[in-house]
Each structure stands twice: as C-alpha cells, then as structure tokens.
Ligand binder design. Structure first.
Ligand code: GTP
Length: 365
C-alpha cells in the first residue's frame, strides 16, 4: 500500500529523535539540538509524504527535504549565532504546524475518496489540530514567561503537559495513517470478495447481498423490482473452436457492454460460467422486458472493438419480485424463464409473470 513504508520510517525516525532528546544532556550539543530536531522534523516530514502517497498525491519529497534542511539550519542559527530558545521553539512550532496543515489539507482535498466510517480521518484531523495548537501554545507560554525553564525535562506542570502531548503527537499521526492503510486493505478485500475477477461484474455473493437489501427496500416502498438471468447460447463451442482465452474475452466484452447499457442503480453480477444476472430496482416486468430487449440487441450488434462477441446470441429469463419473496425464489423464477427460452430454441427473452407458482418455487429452493 503506497505510503506505508514512509509512515513506518516516520515512526522509526521519531524513536531515534526521542532517544537523542532523552540522552541530550550526555551528548554534544550538535547531536542534542540540531540532529535531534532535524531527525524529528524528518520524522513528521516522512509522515506527511506517507499521507500524500496514501491518497495518491505527489509526495513532494524534495520540498520536504529542503524544508527539513532549512529548519535544521535555522535551529543551528538560533543556537550558535543568535542564542534564542524562544526563536528555536517558534521555529519548531512553525515547522510542525506547517506539516500538520499539509497533512490536513491532503486529507481534506481527498474528501471525495473518503469511505465510511469517517472516524479515522477525523481522528487524523484532530491529531493535526492538537499538534499545531500544542506547539503554538508552547511558544505563547515561552513568550509570556521568559524565565520559564528551557528544557521540557524540567519537572513542572507545563513541561510535563507539553512533553506528554508531544510524545503522543508523532505516534498519533503514524497510528492514524496506519488505520487508514488498514481500512484501505479491508476495502480492497471486500472489493475482491464482491467482484468477479474476470469481468469485474459483481460476484454471486454480492448479488445475494444486494438482492436482500433491494428486496427489503421494495417491500418498504412498494416499488417494483425486476431480475433478468442471461446466458450465452452455445458458449461451449466458442471455447472449443476459438480457445478459452477468446471465451474469456467474450465474457469481458459482454460485461462491459452490459454495464454501459444498464442504469447505474442496476446490479450486474456474474452467477458463474457464462451466466449473468441483472437486478433492476424500480423496474416492473414490462420495463424489464424492454431493457432485456435493448441489452440483447446491443450485445449482439458487432462492433470492431468487441469482436469477441461476433455471432454471440443470448437467452434471457425475466422475473419480478413480489412481496416477501426471497432472492432465491425470484432467481429460481428467472431460471425457469431462462430454461423455457433455451428449450424454445435459444436466442430469445422469456418472462415468468408475477405470482407464477411462487409456493412451488419456495419448496424448490
Ligand atoms: N472461457 C471461459 N469459459 C468458461 C468460463 N466459465 C465457464 N466456461 C465455459 O462455459 C461453458 C458453459 O456452457 P453451458 O452454459 O453449459 O452451455 P452452452 O454451450 O453455453 O450452451 P447453452 O447454454 O445450452 O446454450 C462451458 O464450456 C464452460 O467450460 C470462464 O470463466 N471462461
């Protein structure tokens, strides 16, 4: 997953910087100040790059490297040339607030890509806000109390509060990023389980899930819901004469054409082999027959692009949901219609009227 490496690098750099801070009193000032601050700045910079990559944005790695170099040089300047603890703290605050603003902007720009639940993104935005506010508050405190202790390791309430907050800052950013990575991986796994890998139509599993949802909606709203079951005629000879690969391409071409011919709310699923189902919300039987006729003629009209569909004909069974049907019953009804289409010589559309042998079908499935 893009960005994961950078987020882990950010955590590792954060640990290194904290070790330098912790042992600062026993280290030469160059390591305790410049290196420690530079490494910590690189850590938050890496987190920023991680977030950019995670949301498919340009990583801006050179800009981050230049900013870290300038920041470290600034720390050295306010250490060796003009010794000002307040200026160093202000520089740290500006850098950290800038990085947090960058991460927050990246997240907000990618708002359209947000998937529910939103709590991970809100958590990251909150962490960014707290880090920026914490650093700026510390500068304000140093400004207001010039004789305040310069080291956060001094035992007083403010130092403990700031130190604790800063200790959670970077882990918070990295944790938020890894939560986002985790959600992406779960979403990808869901997508893989719900999509047919060859045609990218929905899978059989997703079809039943969608059917249950749509049937509950149809029952609640009283709106019609139709289903068609589509099967290629004599698909086996395509495989046998042109090869399995040509068969695969015909299936892919069919799914592409069907998806462009159907409404966005229709659910095209591959039920197995050369059989597809289309669930059509807010569609009655009459309208479903029209859709089936249009889809059939569009698929069977050869274009150069979809040469693999040359000579293909389809048999289609159409059925409709009636109150309290299960997906299995509606599917079985469409299957009966499809069987009739095949038995009548293929290359045709057959519908089974509503209320047709529902009780018998219930016993079958
Ligand atoms: N290329 C390819 N072929 C597949 C795939 N899945 C199933 N098939 C083949 O699809 C064919 C399905 O044949 P059937 O539906 O039983 O019969 P048919 O030849 O289409 O004849 P009718 O349906 O009776 O018109 C079989 O030969 C399967 O091997 C696939 O993913 N790719």
């Amino acid at each position: 997953m893009p960005g994961t490496r950078e987020l882990i690098a950010s955590a590792a750099l954060g640990v290194a910087a904290n070790l330098l801070y912790a042992f600062g009193r026993h280290l030469p000032p160059l390591l305790a100040y410049e290196l420690a601050n530079g490494v910590y700045a690189a850590a938050t910079g890496a987190a920023f790059i991680g977030y950019r990559l995670l949301f498919g944005r340009k990583p801006c790695a050179s800009a981050v490297a230049i900013a870290v170099a300038f920041f470290t040089a600034g720390i050295a300047y306010f250490h060796y040339l003009v010794d000002s603890h307040l200026a160093r703290s202000a520089l740290v605050a500006l850098f950290q607030a800038g990085v947090c603003a960058g991460i927050a902007t990246t997240l907000l720009q990618a708002r359209r890509e947000w998937r529910k639940p939103y709590y991970t993104k809100l958590f990251v935005l909150a962490v960014c806000g707290l880090i920026a506010a914490g650093h700026l508050a510390r500068v304000a405190w140093l400004w207001a109390a010039p004789d305040a202790p310069t080291s956060l390791l001094e035992p007083n309430l403010w130092s403990v509060a700031f130190l604790s907050a800063f200790c959670f800052a970077l882990p918070g950013l990295v944790f938020g990023g890894l939560l986002l990575v985790h959600r992406r991986i779960v979403a990808m796994a869901e997508e893989a389980a719900n999509r047919d890998f060859l045609t990218e139509a929905w899978s059989r599993r997703a079809f039943f899930e969608t059917s249950r949802r749509e049937m509950a909606r149809a029952l609640r709203t009283g709106r019609p819901l139709a289903l068609m079951l589509i099967d290629f005629d004599n698909f086996k000879p395509i495989n046998d004469t042109l090869g399995h690969d040509a068969g695969d391409r015909a299936l892919v071409a069919f799914a592409r054409r069907a998806l462009s011919a159907l409404r966005e709310t229709d659910c095209l699923a591959r039920m197995g082999g050369d059989e597809f189902a289309v669930l059509m919300p807010e569609t009655d039987l009459k309208r479903a027959m029209l859709v089936a006729t249009r889809l059939k003629s569009e698929v069977e009209t050869t274009t150069r692009q979809d040469d693999f569909l040359r000579g293909v004909t389809l048999s289609i069974g159409v059925s409709q949901y009636t109150a309290n049907d299960t997906p299995e019953v509606v599917l079985k009804r469409a299957d009966v219609a499809l069987y009739k289409a095949k038995a009548a010589g293929r290359n045709r559309i057959v519908c089974v009227p509503v209320e047709h042998d529902r009780d018998r079908l219930r016993q079958v499935v």
